[in-house]
Design a binder for this molecule. Structure first.
Ligand code: ZN
Length: 149
């Protein structure tokens, strides 16, 4: 198997693992902020709940239903943003949107995205980009609500 094929397989394995075993899916009893979003075209739904410890967002809960891309993206997102400030989270979200648009990212941005880079190939399938971004839309709404708390 070529180096690239191996990398492809690794990325697919990460996405499938997060779809089958979603992280941070335990609902919070009293989240500081919560937002839900759905994509009526394919039936995907994601809810994001955030709690804040001072400047830090922690814990984070995400849950929903739908295709593997939407659910894996939300699960990967939850792992990446937990323990970050809302400013850092907005930077990560900006980098992920740019990744989906096929823009070039700096090494620093790629490092910040970490395992989320497993979703990089989704940008080759325009209809699936919406699926990958669904949880990020809910995150954006939840962050706006958190900032107003
Ligand atoms: Zn979908």
């Amino acid at each position: 198997m070529s180096e690239l094929r191996r990398l492809d397989r690794l990325y697919q394995d990460i996405v499938l693992d997060h779809y089958r075993n979603p992280r941070n899916s335990e609902r919070l009893s009293q989240p500081s902020a919560e937002a839900s979003i759905d994509n009526p075209f394919c039936g995907d739904e994601v809810t994001v709940q955030l709690d804040a410890q001072g400047e830090t967002v922690d814990p984070v809960a995400v849950f929903g239903r739908g295709c593997s891309i939407s659910q894996a993206s939300a699960s990967l997102m939850s792992e990446t943003i937990t323990g970050k400030s809302s400013r850092e989270i907005r930077e990560i979200a900006g980098a992920f949107h740019r990744l989906m648009r096929g823009e070039c990212l700096s090494d620093r941005e790629r490092e910040a995205l970490g395992e989320l880079l497993a979703l990089e190939d989704v940008r080759k399938y325009p209809v699936r980009i919406k699926c990958a971004l669904l949880g990020w839309g809910a995150l954006d709404d939840a962050l706006d609500r958190l900032d107003r708390v």
